[in-house]
Design a protein around this ligand. Structure first.
Ligand code: ARG
Length: 459
C-alpha cells in the first residue's frame, strides 16, 4: 500500500493478517513521549547542519509539541496503517504541519530512532523504579531500627540454627536491595548513550552533529559504531536480568514471610490490605500479596529467557526479531514497579509477634555458645564442638533441654566446665557475642542501620 512509510517499491497488497502481525503500535505507543522528544532534538540538529531551515525546524517542533499534547490528553487517534509509534507520530505530524513533515526523517531510520526511543524510555522508567526500590529499603531499615530488640531463630536448612535479631534478618534483605539499587544505577549509566545519527546501519549521510544530539537528549556519550548502535539491545538484556534478580530477592523474602505467617510459626501477620480470604473457608486469611510476588518472579525470568532466545540468532544488524524486545521490557518494568511498591506496603503494615518469635528459640540453639565457652577456656574448637555435641545428645537422651544439664553433668564431658557456664544460657548474650562487623549483636546491627541510612541520604 502506497500509504506505508516504506511503500514505494511495493505493488502487491500485504495480507491483513501480516499487517496485524507486523504492527507494534498497540504496545510501542507507550514510548510516544520518547519518540517525540527524540524527533524534536533531531529537527534541531537538522537545522543546525542547514539540512532544513530554522523556520522549518520551528514548524516541525511546534507540530511535534501538538502531537505530544494529543497523546497526553488522550486525544491521539491511532489510524489504520499506523504500524508503530514512529509511523503514527510522523503521520500525524504531516496532518498538522503539511509536507515539511517529510523532511524530518532525513538521514534517520526507524532503526536508530527506535534504539534511541527505547533508551530514553528505559532511562526514565528505570529511574522511577529506582525510587520505589529506595523507598522499600528505607521502609525496611526503619522497621529494623524500631524492632531491634526483637529476637527470632535464625535458620539454615529451615532448621533452627542460632538466635538472631529480627532486625538482622530484615537488614539482610535491605542489603540485597541496596546492591540491586547500585546495579540499577550502573545500568542506567551504561544505557545512557546515543544511537541516533547512525542511519539505517551505515551511518549518517549529512554529517549530523551527534555531539549536539547527545547534549539535547541528555546522553552522556554517543555509540561509536553505527552497526552496533542500531542492533544493540544489551541494555534490554541487562535490565531484564536486573529485574529477574531483584524479583528473586523479593520472592525469597516473600517465601520467608509466607512461612512466618503460617499458624505453625505465627511470627508475622499481614495487614488486611495485603491479604485475601477464601470463598469457601470463612476462617482463611491468605498472604496472596506474597504469593503473587513469588509467582511474578517466574514471569519476569520468563521474559528475560524469551528475549535472550529471540536475541541470540540475529545476524548483523537490524532485524525485525528486535521488535520482540519491547513487550518483555515493558512487562518487567511494570512488574517491578508494582512488586516493589507492594513489598514496601506489606513490610510497612504487617504485625509481628515477638512472644511467638521468642518462644521458638530453644536451648539447643546455644550449643555453639556452649562450645565457644570452652574455647574461651583454651580448649581447641574442634574438640569443643564434639563435647557440645555430646551434651546435646545427653539432653536428648534424658528428654530435657540443653540448659537443664547440671554443671556436674557437663563436667563428666570436660573438666573445664565450672559454675559460670550458667551465664551462657541467655539468647541475648549469644546474640551480643557476635560483635564483629556484619554480625547480629546490637552494635553491629546499629552499624548496619547507620550505613544504610547514610547511603540512602547520599544516593
Ligand atoms: N517497530 C520497529 C521495532 O520496534 C521499529 C523499527 C523498524 N525498522 C525497520 N527497518 N522495519 O523494531
Amino acid at each position: 500500500s502506497g500509504k506505508k512509510l516504506w511503500g514505494g517499491r511495493f505493488t502487491g497488497a500485504v495480507d491483513p493478517l501480516m499487517d496485524a502481525f507486523n504492527a507494534s503500535i498497540h504496545f510501542d505507543k507507550r514510548m510516544y513521549a520518547a519518540d517525540l522528544t527524540g524527533s524534536m532534538a533531531y529537527s534541531k540538529a537538522l537545522a543546525k547542519n542547514n539540512i532544513i531551515t530554522q523556520e522549518e525546524c520551528e514548524q516541525l517542533c511546534s507540530g511535534l509539541a501538538k502531537v505530544m499534547e494529543e497523546w497526553q490528553s488522550g486525544k491521539f487517534e491511532i489510524k489504520e496503517g499506523d504500524e508503530d509509534i514512529h509511523t503514527a507520530n510522523e503521520r500525524r505530524l504531516g496532518e498538522i504541519v503539511g509536507s515539511v513533515a517529510g523532511k524530518l526523517h532525513t538521514g534517520r531510520s526507524r532503526n536508530d530512532q527506535v534504539a534511541t526511543d527505547m533508551r530514553l524510555w528505559l532511562r526514565d522508567e528505570a529511574s522511577m523504579i529506582l525510587g520505589h526500590l529506595k523507598e522499600l529499603i528505607s521502609i525496611t531499615v526503619a522497621r529494623a531500627e524500631k524492632e531491634i530488640d526483637v529476637l527470632i531463630p535464625g535458620y539454615t536448612h529451615l532448621q533452627r540454627a542460632q538466635p538472631i535479631r529480627w532486625s538482622h534478618f530484615l537488614l539482610s534483605y535491605a542489603w540485597l536491595w541496596q546492591a540491586d539499587a547500585e546495579r540499577l544505577e550502573q545500568l542506567i549509566e551504561r544505557l545512557n548513550v546515543l544511537p541516533l545519527g547512525s542511519g539505517a546501519l551505515a551511518g549518517h549521510a549529512f554529517n549530523i552533529d551527534r555531539e549536539f544530539l547527545c547534549k539535547e537528549l541528555g546522553f552522556k556519550g554517543l555509540i561509536n559504531n553505527s552497526l552496533y548502535a542500531v542492533s544493540d539491545r544489551d541494555f534490554v538484556a541487562e535490565f531484564l536480568f536486573w529485574a529477574s534478580l531483584t524479583m528473586v530477592h523479593i520472592s525469597r523474602i516473600a517465601e520467608d514471610l509466607i512461612i512466618y505467617s503460617s499458624s505453625e510459626f505465627g511470627f508475622v501477620k499481614l495487614a488486611d490490605a495485603y491479604s485475601t480470604g477464601s470463598s469457601l473457608m470463612p476462617q482463611k486469611k491468605n498472604p496472596d500479596s506474597l504469593e503473587l510476588l513469588r509467582g511474578k518472579s517466574g514471569r519476569v525470568f520468563g521474559g528475560m529467557s524469551g528475549f535472550m532466545m529471540s536475541y541470540k540468532g540475529i545476524p548483523s544488524t537490524y532485524n525485525k526479531d528486535l521488535q520482540e524486545d519491547k513487550e518483555p521490557m515493558f512487562d518487567a518494568a511494570d512488574t517491578l514497579s508494582g512488586s516493589l511498591q507492594i513489598t514496601a506496603g506489606v513490610l510497612s503494615t504487617m504485625n509481628i509477634f515477638p512472644e511467638n518469635m521468642r518462644a521458638s528459640l530453644s536451648a539447643d540453639m546455644l550449643a555453639t555458645d556452649l562450645a565457644e565457652y570452652l574455647v574461651r577456656k583454651g580448649v581447641p574448637f574442634r574438640e569443643t564442638h564434639h563435647i557440645s555435641g555430646s551434651a546435646v545428645k545427653m539432653a536428648e537422651d534424658r528428654s530435657c533441654q540443653l540448659h537443664d544439664l547440671s554443671v556436674e553433668d557437663l563436667k563428666t564431658l570436660h573438666p573445664s566446665f565450672t559454675e559460670d557456664v550458667s551465664k551462657i544460657w541467655s539468647y541475648e548474650t549469644s546474640i551480643d557475642n557476635r560483635t564483629a562487623p556484619g554480625g547480629t549483636s546490637r552494635p553491629a546491627v546499629q552499624e548496619q542501620i547507620k550505613k544504610l541510612q547514610n547511603w540512602l541520604a547520599e544516593s
